[in-house]
Design a protein around this ligand. Structure first.
Ligand code: ZN
Ligand code: ZN
Length: 292
């Protein structure tokens, strides 16, 4: 029921919030927008996990919930920045079949409310639920932004528009695994160096190559599901035998210093090649509420 309502709210906001098919003005920043130059504001009462891992966002508390606000601009280069932007880089094909879509990066107004104690929906997340089809279950994340990455970029679900396949859509990804949709909302669906660069800047890894970093954390979904990469929070290897159909499982999340950030928390591992055939964001909400 909650998802029914939020899908309804999403379609309403798409209708009301969008003045037409035209894209908002693309970003034309004169100075390069980077992890160093972006603004990060995190309230003193915000749980340590968010202060430790997130950058280029504003995070505050609303009661027991964590509120993450983001402009959604990637703090790295992309050929999807307008050519007048200091973050623009020329198009580079990543291989056969790759192309650049016609959209350009525009500023977003993301406000995601993550419950501190999310309630499980009681699902067994199996292949029947994780079917790659839009609208096949009310437990799916909605379309559009449904999470925020460590570097403030939106996380989308792994479902392309009806009739499309994410495996085909990925050919328009830039070298950071991101691309903008028609209103300029740049987003990730998969593993990317973007959040790993945040971890590198914090001294938690020297490599920013997905699958090779000492610690791989990508972000948080709207329902409270944490998105990790090929490692646990402390850099150890996940136990593949315990993963569900979207590479998720529940256990305490402990960092490399032994700090327990979350007890018994559902999280997914997106990890190309080793743990999983492909490494996309989760399709199914483990927890009951998504507010974004
Ligand atoms: Zn996309
Ligand atoms: Zn794990």
């Amino acid at each position: 029921m909650v998802m029914r309502l939020s899908l309804f709210a999403l379609s309403l906001s798409l209708l009301v919030g969008c003045g037409g098919p035209e894209q908002p003005d693309p970003v034309t920043n004169v100075d390069e927008y980077t992890l160093d130059s972006c603004e990060t504001q995190i309230g003193a009462d915000v749980p340590a996990f968010f202060a430790k891992y997130f950058r280029c966002v504003t995070i505050s508390m609303d009661g027991d919930s964590v509120v993450i606000e983001s402009k959604g601009l990637p703090p790295h280069k992309s050929f999807y920045y307008a050519s007048a932007s200091a973050n623009h880089t020329g198009y580079v094909s990543q291989g056969q079949g790759y192309y650049q879509n016609p959209n350009q990066i525009a500023e977003q107004n993301i406000r995601m409310v993550v419950p501190s104690a999310p309630q499980p929906r009681g699902l067994s997340i199996n292949d029947a639920l994780v079917d790659g089809q839009v609208g096949s279950s009310f437990d799916e994340y909605g379309m559009g932004a449904v999470g925020v990455a460590l570097d403030s970029v939106a996380l989308f679900n792994p479902l392309a528009a009806p009739g499309d396949d994410i495996e085909a859509e990925k050919f328009s990804f830039d070298p950071y695994g991101g691309h903008p949709e028609m209103r300029g909302a740049y987003h990730y669906h998969t593993t990317t160096a973007g959040p790993l660069e945040v971890l590198a800047a914090a001294g938690l890894t020297s490599s920013t190559v997905p699958g090779e970093a000492s610690v791989e954390v990508y972000g948080v979904m709207c329902d409270g599901t944490v998105v990790l990469g090929c490692t646990e929070l402390d850099g150890s290897a996940p136990d593949p035998a315990t993963l569900d159909a979207q590479n998720g499982h529940v256990h305490d999340m402990v960092d490399e210093e032994g700090t327990v950030h979350f007890e018994g928390r559902y999280h997914v591992h997106i990890c190309p090649g080793t743990l999983t055939a492909h490494g996309f964001t989760p399709e199914i909400m483990y927890y009951s509420d998504c507010s974004i």
